[in-house]
Write a protein that binds this ligand. Structure first.
Ligand code: CAA
Length: 321
């Protein structure tokens, strides 16, 4: 188990210490996609030594480029200096070998593809390769922490650390206690979250936790409203943006999250609670089956093209306007 007080003491001395220093807590992030690169970014910016791990070296290179671009945004806004940017990038190393990447970690955060079998496999491997004292966290948005923990020999040290996209911007980390997670482990993770300048909310492990148990039915209801012809894409999104002060309407947010992810979370809620109120809207099922997954595929409720900033409703949904 990590001694948090000792760790806090170490953190105050790390500013100019290079990445290789043993004084800096080593954080390993598994998976270099959108969430993984965001998590690596915020830990590195908070002066942790980060190892970003992915089997795909191109994905790792792309992640570093994305982090660099996102740091540029912060420099342009004046919230970071060029020096901070260089230090942040210097705090990240990349690795394709999972066992090597986690061997000195005090905390491993898994942010791989949202697939139960894959996560169970990764956690078995992490359990074998990470130090016995390391905490193993998952950024899963809906897979049971208890189930993931049961794949390891240290379920008391397994926890959910659910970051929100875009990670450098969103203040929340939803911390999810599995059935066996100890209070010491939760407190340590709350401490790490505070050091990132983020706010933690601790919840228990039931389907969708809190964030997605509340967010996804709202998105699903917005899709039902479109499906039933109650209103068009823009009206639905503007009502929630202008009437409820949401930064994005629910359909734009669904595109941003990924429609396949939204569908898979609705299925977790539906199966987990066995309640019809969580049944995914047939339009959501269809749009995913057609391969329209939102921003990442170029089309969802809106159509996206490189360099275009304004929102354009997908042709498919124009008839509702
Ligand atoms: N890295 C760093 N900074 C970024 C960034 C990134 N990837 N993306 C945006 N920013 C910064 C911008 O530089 C800007 O900074 P300032 O406030 O200092 O000017 C700020 O964020 C706002 O960005 P923009 O002006 O470019 O655009 P915007 O005002 O439209 O905001 C947004 C973009 C922050 C994404 C905003 O639309 C928003 O908050 N949307 C909702 C996001 C949300 O709900 N996320 C949760 C999704 S659910 C989830 O992640 C969990 C799950 O399990 C499904």
């Amino acid at each position: 188990m990590i001694d948090d007080s000792n760790f806090l003491q170490q953190e105050q001395t790390v500013n100019l210490i290079p990445h290789t220093s043993q004084l800096i807590p080593q954080i390993a992030v598994v998976g270099a996609g959108t969430m993984g690169n965001g998590i690596a970014h915020v830990f590195a910016q908070a002066r942790f030594a980060v190892t970003l791990i992915d089997v795909n070296v191109q994905q790792l290179d792309k992640a570093i480029q994305t982090i660099s671009k996102n740091l540029d945004r912060q420099v342009a806004k004046g919230s970071l200096t060029e020096n901070d940017k260089a230090t942040t990038l210097n705090n990240i190393i990349i690795e394709t070998d999972l066992s090597l990447g986690v061997k000195d970690a005090v905390l491993v955060i898994e942010a791989a593809t949202e697939n139960t079998e894959l996560k169970l496999r990764i956690f078995k491997q992490l359990d074998e390769a990470a130090p016995k004292s390391a905490i193993l966290a998952t950024n899963t948005s809906s897979i049971s922490i208890t189930k993931i923990a049961a794949a390891t020999s240290r379920p008391a040290q397994v926890i959910g650390m659910h970051f929100m996209n875009p990670v450098p911007v969103m203040k929340l980390v939803e911390i999810i206690n599995g059935y066996a997670t100890t209070k010491e482990v939760t407190d340590t993770i709350v401490g790490f979250t505070r050091q990132l300048g983020k706010v933690s909310c601790v919840v228990n492990d039931y389907p969708g936790f809190i964030a997605n148990r509340i967010l996804m039915p709202m998105i699903n209801e917005a899709i039902y409203s479109l499906y039933e012809g109650v209103a068009g894409v823009e009206a639905i999104d503007n009502i929630m943006k202008l009437g409820m002060a949401h930064p994005m309407g629910p359909l734009q947010l669904a595109d941003f999250i990924g429609l396949d992810i939204c569908l898979s979370i609705m299925n977790v809620l539906y199966q987990g609670f066995g309640n019809q109120k969580y049944a995914p809207c047939p339009l959501l099922v269809n749009i995913v089956a057609a391969g329209n997954l939102g921003v990442k595929s170029g089309e969802g409720f809106y159509a996206y093209s490189a360099g275009r900033k304004e929102l354009v409703v997908s042709e498919r949904f124009m008839k509702f306007l």
